[in-house]
Design a binder for this molecule. Structure first.
Ligand SMILES: [Zn+2]
Length: 147
């Protein structure tokens, strides 16, 4: 990588010498030129360099992931960028919260009127099933953030 003669993707694009101190080198390897090109196009190399220097080294990989995500979203959707994804996820969250509230209300009705609506153990099973469903959906939401 740095110093070995092969410049990182950033230095290659910017046509400059990649030094061992290069702030981009650990996160933008030469093999993946597109990642840096996208980030450079949206944020500009000097802004990205400044942002990375303001972040503790332990958090820089995450910062790069989010910059790449935001830049890719902006390229895909010049109007809303990653706000499109965020608002779609917020909508899903509020729909799931509504489903959860409805399920809780149904359970409450089942528990309060055991003669009409069956047995409390069945209600507990239903509640567990609903909670698992909601949790699974929540995991899907988390997974899709970085893919
Ligand atoms: Zn470099």
């Amino acid at each position: 990588m740095a110093g070995s003669g092969t410049p990182c993707a950033s230095c290659k694009l910017l046509r400059r010498r990649c030094t061992p101190e290069c702030v981009f080198a650990p996160y933008f390897p030469a093999e993946d030129a597109r990642r840096f090109a996208t980030v450079h196009r949206v944020f500009g190399a000097s802004n990205v360099s400044r942002m990375l220097q303001e972040v503790a080294p332990a958090h820089r990989a995450d910062a790069v992931s989010s910059l790449v995500y935001e830049a890719s979203a902006r390229v895909r959707d010049p109007v809303y960028g990653c706000v499109a994804a965020i608002s779609s996820l917020q909508q899903q969250v509020s729909q799931l919260q509504m489903q959860l509230a409805l399920a809780h209300a149904e359970i409450l009705i089942c528990v309060q009127q055991p003669q009409q609506h069956g047995h409390p153990p069945a209600a507990a099973a239903l509640q567990e099933q609903q909670q698992q469903h909601v949790l699974q959906n929540a995991h899907h939401l988390q997974d899709s953030m970085w893919t």
